[in-house]
Structures are given as C-alpha cells and as structure tokens.
Design a binder for this molecule. Structure first.
Ligand code: PMP
Length: 325
C-alpha cells in the first residue's frame, strides 16, 4: 500500500543519521525512570520558539496535551469549528463536558463574529482553533484569529499541528488565555510521539499539575534531543512537501470530476461524485487515503490525501485519472 492517509512525512531517515541516532539511544539507561521535568529539552524547544523553558509543556503527542487541557479546564463548554480535528470533541465527550460547534461555510471559511458569538453565548471555558484546520486544510485569516484571541473570554488553544506547512505561527498571540499547540509528528517524527504546548508560564505551571509523571519516555526524550540538533533536514523535507502540495493541487484541479480545496497543510481535501467508490478503487490500486464522506454534512463526497513523495503522489494521480476515465 502507498500510505497517504495519516499526514505522515513520507521520507525515511538517512542511513548515517540513523546510525548516530542508534548510538545515542544505546546510551540511555533504560533501568532508570526518565527525567520527569525535562528542563533541558524544554529549554531547547523554547530557544527555537524564542520563549522561556517555563512556557513549554511536553506531551506524548499533541493528543495527550489536548487531553490535559480538557481535563484541567473541565467542566465548562468547549467551542470548536465544525468540521475540525476529532480529538477535541472526543475527549470532551469522555469527560462529559458540553461541546458547541460553530458550523463552517460551504467553502470551509468562518465568520469570526460567529465564533466569538458562540463563545460568549456558551460562556466557553475553552476553544480550539486548528490553524490550518484538519480535515479541510484551510488557514483562517490572520486578522480573524487575532480578533478571536483578543475577544475570547475563556481559554483559546491555537493548534498548529500543520503550522510548518503554512509558514505562519501565532506564538506572538500568547497571553494568559491564549496558548499555541505544536507537534513534531507531521514534520517527520510521528512514531516518536512528542507534542508541545506554548503558553503563559503560570498557565503552563497549572496545566503541568495534570500531566502524568514521566509522560515522555527516556527513548523519546533522547531522540528528540538528538533530532532537534538535525532539524534542518526536516525543514528541508517540509519545503519539498510544500512544493509537492502545490503541484498536486494543480494536477488534481486539472482532472475532470475533481474539486480540490485550498490547503496550507501537508494534505489536500477534494470532492468527487462518489467518494466511497473512489476510496475503494484507490485501495484496489494500492493507494490508501482517507474517506471523509459521512463524517460531516459539509464533507459529503470528500476525500483527504496526504502529500507523499513525488513518486507516491504520481502513483496516486495516475490511479485517480484511470478511475475517473
Ligand atoms: N492536532 C491536529 C489538528 C491534528 O490533525 C493532529 C493529528 N491528526 C493532532 C493534533 C495530533 O497529533 P499528534 O498527537 O501526533 O501530535
């Protein structure tokens, strides 16, 4: 299978780097608990972000941080756009906390007044804005995000899981009620499970109280420390994937029967006449993407394809064209 369903980086690590990494991991004392506070790692990440180590919270993937935030802020209403990343709603449901969805327009844009109105009406304790959004791929206008950040009564989490592909970050908006969530998953370390939250030091200290001790294992800590020293490699790969996204968007738009939506992420959302049939035919052709049909009224007959390597993308395009003939 050519796997284009989970927004992973398609490039495997170069052999020489793998060897150095393995050597570094062989130094880990696996009989000892990992560093619980991870100050040095947080310091390294903070430096990259132009912030203080006290402003960084590490999680076992950003999924775990979403869970921590929702646990710490229970029981008030959580406000999210619809459709958006499923975990915000799912974890809220586990915690039995109410969720208010702000439906997007047919083209997946959002009126900021609408979002703030819902937040005010529901007295939102917390709101999540994925920038760019998943599964739609679009990035909200900057003024829109700023207006929401400044006008929110409760907490706002700006989720930048796909930020590296959009060339925009919102760390300058960090305030006692505004946090920015990031992850290393999409840039190439999905298997490592490491995400981080950036926020006001006092808020981070409060959220840290619901973090499980040793939530980042010793191998992940050592790997992240090592890989951060080689981050330019991953940045170059992100650059290549951005170029591939533009090429794929154009190629898909040129196919009769395909409507492709603008994306600032490492995936593209597109619509065909019959998404279920297309999903199955692509699978038969050895290509796995994500069928979004049925998950939300706005996503009818929509499919989401992760940007892969040039060869993988070409194989997907060829299969798509053949199916639609
Ligand atoms: N936020 C968004 C918007 C996502 O799409 C995802 C992954 N699909 C995540 C967070 C979680 O990423 P991870 O747990 O791998 O850091």
């Amino acid at each position: 299978m050519i796997k284009l369903d989970a927004m992973e980086n398609p490039f495997s690590m170069p052999e020489d780097l793998r060897e150095k990494w393995a050597k570094r991991l062989s130094d880990v004392e696996i009989n000892r608990y990992p560093d619980a506070d991870m100050f040095e790692l947080r310091k390294k990440i903070a430096k990259r972000e132009g912030l203080q180590p006290e402003q960084v919270l590490l999680g076992n993937g950003s999924d775990e941080i979403i869970q921590m935030i929702l646990i710490a802020t229970v029981p008030g209403t959580c406000v999210i756009p619809g459709p958006t990343f499923v975990m915000y709603n799912l974890v809220s449901q586990w915690l039995k906390r109410p969720v208010a969805t702000v439906p997007l327009a047919e083209d997946f844009t959002m009126k900021d007044e609408h979002f703030l109105q819902v937040c005010a009406r529901e007295k939102a304790e917390i709101a999540f804005l994925a920038c760019p959004n998943n599964p739609t791929g679009n990035l909200w206008r900057q003024e829109r995000v700023e207006k929401i950040a400044k006008g929110m009564g409760g907490m706002l989490v700006i989720d930048e899981a796909y930020g590296p592909f959009s060339e925009r970050t919102h760390t300058d908006l960090i305030a006692p009620n505004v946090m920015v969530l990031k992850t290393f998953s999409k840039v190439g370390w999905a298997g490592l499970r490491m995400g981080y939250l950036l926020g006001d030091a006092e808020v981070i200290a409060q959220l840290n109280k619901v973090r499980m001790p040793y939530n980042i294992n010793a191998l992940t800590q050592a790997s992240a420390d090592f890989l951060l020293d080689h981050f330019d490699l991953f940045e170059k790969q992100v650059e290549v994937l951005r170029g591939e996204r533009e090429r794929m968007a154009e190629a898909l738009a040129a196919i009769d029967g395909v409507q492709v939506f603008p994306s600032q992420a490492n995936f593209l959302l597109f619509r065909v006449a019959d998404a279920n049939a297309m999903f199955e035919s692509l699978k038969q052709a050895g290509i796995l993407i994500k069928n979004m049909h049925g998950s939300d009224r706005l996503l009818s007959n929509c499919l989401r394809i992760t940007i892969g390597s040039e060869d993988e993308n070409n194989a997907a395009l060829t299969a798509l064209r053949e199916i639609l003939i």
